[in-house]
Design a protein around this ligand. Sequence first.
Ligand code: ACO
Ligand code: KIV
Ligand code: MG
Length: 506
Amino acid sequence: MKNHIKIFDTTLRDGEQSPGCSMNTKEKLELAKQLEKLGVDVIEAGFPAASNGDFEAVKLIANTLNTSTVAGLSRALKSDIDRTWEAIKDAKKPRIHTFIATSDLHMEYKLKKSKEEVLKIAVDMVSHAKNYCEDIEFSAEDASRSDWDFLCQVFESVIKAGATVLNIPDTVGYTVPSEYYDLISYVKNNVKGIENVDISVHCHNDLGMGTANSLSAIKAGANQIECTINGIGERAGNTALEEVVMAINTRKDFFNNYTNVNSTYLTATSKLLTSITGIHVQPNKAIVGENAFSHEAGIHQHGVLNNKETYEIMTPESVGLNKNKMVLGKHSGRHIFEDYLIKSGYSLSKNELNAAFVKFKDLADKKKKVYARDIDAIVREESIKIIDTFYLEDFSISTGKTSTSSAIITLKRGDDVVKEVAMGDGPIDAAYNAILKIVNLKLNLEDYTINSITEGRDAQGEAVVKLKHNEKIYTGRAINTDIIASSIEAYLNSINKIYNDIENLQ
Ligand SMILES: CC(=O)SCCNC(=O)CCNC(=O)[C@H](O)C(C)(C)COP(=O)(O)OP(=O)(O)OC[C@H]1O[C@@H](n2cnc3c(N)ncnc32)[C@H](O)[C@@H]1OP(=O)(O)O
Ligand SMILES: CC(C)C(=O)C(=O)O
Ligand SMILES: [Mg+2]
């Protein structure tokens, strides 16, 4: 029997506590809806007593969501709990989450209270919250640095007072996996009534062990993980949701657990958070980093070309990405280089390929990034076979919000100059339709992308166009600060490769 691990997302509360991650009501609601779509069990929407703005955001989220439980955080203080209930009372599934610190350090210096006082406050406030709501989570802040027996005493008492979820936070990211495993096991074995409540863990990343500690805790019997998208949160952040979900999915053999999260929405959710906060994910971040499914090393690329499982433990599709990325660089080998050239529509002899590969390696030694245009230049040098049939002489585009786009394209073929006009769904489509009238080919546009490869208002846009002709894919590329020009040139580049093949066959 597999066990359900509940995912408690606190991006909107602990995540929002990261410097620079404050969100307004509209942004919080948008993210909350995405988290519900992602399938998280509990969304901690905020700390209603923190500000009127947070109160309104939590209330709006509570009134909008349908399937996820909506939790609001409160100190162990009547006024905080009252304010939280006011915000979440209309939720389909409301939860009051209240907390108080149990470590000697926090009790002495922060709360200035004795153990007995803290125990009483915890019980009284859980009882107070229970008057409002059935679902009550109690967190013992700084649990991992607390006296274990005192912690058990507090937990046993709050269960009697009505707590339905016990959270054992590693508030300052201090613990390590085996110690945390022992702590969860100790609590499980020494708290009466614990079998009737959920055991939750909430880890921070100060030593980079948030995910490892959370996973170790579920091995010890925890059944709720508190986490955030992209791992944002206080200081070095919280356990990253995408990491625990994919670890549980990927290592079913080890954990024998499942979550309700639809992992194919992970990338979209991560990107939504980045677009709201403006805080980018590091490229080597597990699951959602730009390099998480990229390969640059030749030995790896060769393995992946033969069987992706050689170097990919999960598929890019399973996290909502289209495909992996093969980066051509100084560590790449002949197999991937040849594969790239074939997919780009080049047909080189063995000797040409070898010579181009040597030049590519020399260039990669000098440049940090080798772009497609660099490889095009190398290949063109090596293979005089690719001769442009068509040159772009001129273009003129007319487009607007309410008018249909039209394009006039002038191409040169040898000494002939041909001009055509066409309409289209947008300027690029109009331009491509005009070119098609001139080149007289039956083509299928398989893919079109435009990316900026430099920064600023004068950024260079690289257009990549994949055309299918007679079952073969031809990739055209072009770079220009004018993205319409680069789009037209990339299309022509692809067409010239097709013509090149046609002429070679004759
Ligand atoms: C580990 C965590 O992430 S805990 C959550 C942390 N999140 C936040 O703090 C964000 C929201 N916080 C806030 O907006 C503000 O801190 C507020 C509104 C909650 C309180 O603001 P203020 O009243 O100005 O107090 P301030 O933040 O300076 O100090 C905290 C007070 O709460 C007390 N306190 C701290 N934790 C708790 C608790 N769990 N239960 C009861 N009281 C607590 C402190 O002892 C201190 O009390 P004092 O004012 O009597 O000395
Ligand atoms: C409020 C609690 C759960 C918390 O964020 C922590 O202890 O880190
Ligand atoms: Mg926290």
